[in-house]
Design a protein around this ligand. Structure first.
Ligand code: OAD
Ligand code: ZN
Length: 320
């Protein structure tokens, strides 16, 4: 027996085993899922999974929503989702809400992919920043969904409109009356500002504006979920809005992460826990650079899943 060779082999083994996945590619991530029989996958999503349905994202230059709000004369683009601005001038938000109101768009192959993970009992949770409700329409169960930036599904009274010239922070509390989507939908579609019948306050859909807390469900779910997560998939987000962007740091150190997106993001060093798609030692993060729909299709092929629905949907959907 050659002890020298054994020592070399042992060193090699140690070096190889430091890698969590074998390369930074999607196929290595899928190999890991198969080898480790992962069943607690968390999927984090953003506006990029809905662009092929015809809904613009926020920050893509030229087509993103924030580059196309000139007609609203906003002081800065994000003001359209700023609670303080809304209390003074709610009209721009409602005009946009009318254009984007859920109901006129169909789920994309990426939504269908998340539903497929659920059907295969591999989905621990889908944390979405989207407010288009396409996850619900794709059939993803309520209990597997965390709508981190809220939803159009419900709404509440946030009190009366304030004086436009008021320059102190305005209290947001309304009379507390809550509404369902069906109570205000028609008003919004008719181009009106929905009003609380009890106090005449503004009725605002429960989507999270800048300056508002994320839903209680987000905070109560993340700690248990991310501890339990055995693989993380991030699709179609620029990861530029906290606290959502910080979720990728919450999974355990040895849990592999996959980003499917048109651009690289999330790499900023947060105590060394941002994505790293370049390191040669201890490879953990995988990247698919391309459209979300192409990424999920390749994922499905790598896993050997036959899902005619997904392929058909992909053919029907214009890849953006
Ligand atoms: P962004 O517009 O910031 O990012 C969308 C990401 O998806 C970008 O990196 C795009 O390059 C990518 N993308 C777009 N279409 C794609 C496609 N078909 N295939 C692959 N990648 C694609 O949107 P979010 O990250 O979702 O908050 O934005 C986060 C939050 O910022 C939103 O929830 C919203 C906004 O302010 C609120 O409304 C409260
Ligand atoms: Zn009220």
């Amino acid at each position: 027996m050659d002890m020298g060779n054994i020592a070399v082999t042992e060193t090699l083994k140690r070096e190889t085993s430091a890698n969590i996945i074998q390369s930074h590619g999607l196929s290595s991530f899928c190999d890991y899922l198969k080898a480790n029989k992962c069943k607690n996958i968390i999927v984090m999503t953003g506006a990029g999974i809905s662009t092929s349905a015809g809904i613009p994202d926020f920050r893509t230059k030229g087509t993103g929503l924030y580059d196309n709000l000139q007609k609203y004369n906003l002081p800065y683009p994000e003001a359209i989702f700023d609670i303080q601005y809304f209390k003074r001038k709610p009209e721009p938000f409602y005009t946009l809400a009318k254009e984007l109101y859920p109901g006129s768009f169909e789920p994309t192959p990426s939504h269908r992919f998340i539903k497929l993970l659920e059907d295969k009992q591999l989905l621990l949770r889908n944390y979405t920043q989207n407010i288009d409700m396409l996850e619900r329409l794709a059939g993803i169960s309520d209990d597997l969904l965390v709508e981190a930036h809220g939803t159009f599904h419900t709404a509440k009274c946030v009190g009366p409109k304030s004086d436009e010239d008021e320059d102190v922070d305005i209290p947001i509390l309304g009379c507390g009356k809550t509404f369902e989507d069906k109570d205000i939908k028609q008003k919004i579609l008719d181009g009106q500002v929905p009003e609380c019948p009890d106090c005449k306050g503004l009725v605002k859909p429960d989507i999270v504006f800048f300056g508002e807390q994320l839903p209680e469900r987000f905070h109560s779910m993340i700690h248990k979920d991310f501890k339990q997560c055995d693989a993380l998939i991030v699709i179609g987000t620029s990861l530029s809005v906290a606290p959502f962007s910080g979720l990728i740091h919450l999974v355990k150190d040895n849990v592999p992460r996959l980003l499917i997106n048109r651009e690289v993001c999330g790499t900023q060093d947060f105590m060394g826990r941002g994505f790293d798609f370049e390191c040669e030692e201890r490879i953990r993060d995988a990247l698919f650079l391309g459209t979300c729909d192409e990424g999920v299709l390749q994922f499905q092929e790598e896993m050997g899943w036959q899902d005619d629905d997904l392929s058909q949907l992909l053919q029907k959907t214009k890849i953006s």
